[in-house]
Design a protein around this ligand. Sequence first.
Ligand SMILES: Cc1ncc(COP(=O)(O)O)c(C=O)c1O
Length: 386
Amino acid sequence: MSNLAADPLDVLRRRTSAKWRTYSEDVLPLFVAEMDFPLAPAVSAAMIDRIEASDVGYVSGPGPVGPAFAGFAARRWGWQVDPADVRTTTDVSVAIVETLRQAVRPGGEVVITPPVYPPFFELPVEAGAVVREVPLLAGPDGWSLDLAGLEAAFADDGVEAFLLCNPHNPLGLVHDRHTLARVADLAGQYGVRVVSDEIHAPLVYRPEDFTPFLSVSDAARAVGVCVTAASKGWNIAGAKCALMIASDDRTRLLLDEMPAEVGFRTSILGLAGTTAAYAEADPWLDDVLAVLDANRRLLGDLLAAELPQVRYRIPDAGYLAWLDFRGLGWGEDPAGTALEQAQVALESGLKFGSEGTGRARLNFGCSPEVLQEAVRRLAAVPASGV
Ligand SMILES: Cc1ncc(COP(=O)(O)O)c(C=O)c1O
């Protein structure tokens, strides 16, 4: 069992990040995707080391992060990455925008699969593209990509790219190899580029269940660019370093044609922290996963006991829980009720697309005590108070 524990609330409230400064102290913030654990010692040491060396200038290139990521990908997923194929930029959002800017003509369409990470509705637009929604399918065994819907969209000449969330936020859905292989084949058939956002991949509970898109097939490598970062797994979103990986001449070209500034905007501190995360911090990641694994089950137990009307499917990746409040009658936006009546800040389901009506996303990357208190507060909302 791991010794890793979330920082206590009084320590967390000294943090200046969005999670801790958006709401007043009476609110439990379980909305934005940041975790409450202290950083991996190897990651903080690497960033402190650069500060102590007064080495906080501009990055000179991806440097050691390529080999560090390749080592991690091989150990964790058996994915062989050529370190020379790894480029960096500021963050995954920038990586998505810049890749789409190269892959899609102005006005071209980019497919997204709601309910999905809210900026997916905006990042293609920032790149001059238009969003096309192909919602996930909700079946008895959970959610899945709608392959027939994707094929119909890809067959449309207007569609030029697919922004894949792999694993999928907010559901913690880990797409299987067979599905991804089919996506790759369809994309190849209809000339669609696939941008695979793999930022949550280090947080897949059974690493062997995760399939990096570029590891699937030659067809996937011919159409796909992987965008990822250490920022979710090791909780360093503010350090500003993300990776873009292409391993086929046709997709490398997309990265080659980006302005040099896209790489230059990587933070040197982020690069140091990210390199340490991939090269030296597997044990910390495993500790985090053990704590999150306990939390994802605890949340299920707490809901079953105190809020049985709320539906929850234990995620296979990450620390985000997609909760269906419709059985409680809290209306279209239960996050509003949670904030007003229970002083618990959840991410509104409405931001994730119309499929999010009556739902909200809860972040359980916290202590079990905070999770217990959050559910206790939600369960205490009087039915008449809604
Ligand atoms: C799927 C997904 N992509 C991208 C991001 C944002 O990444 P970054 O902070 O590196 O832009 C997040 C943040 O939670 C995310 O969940």
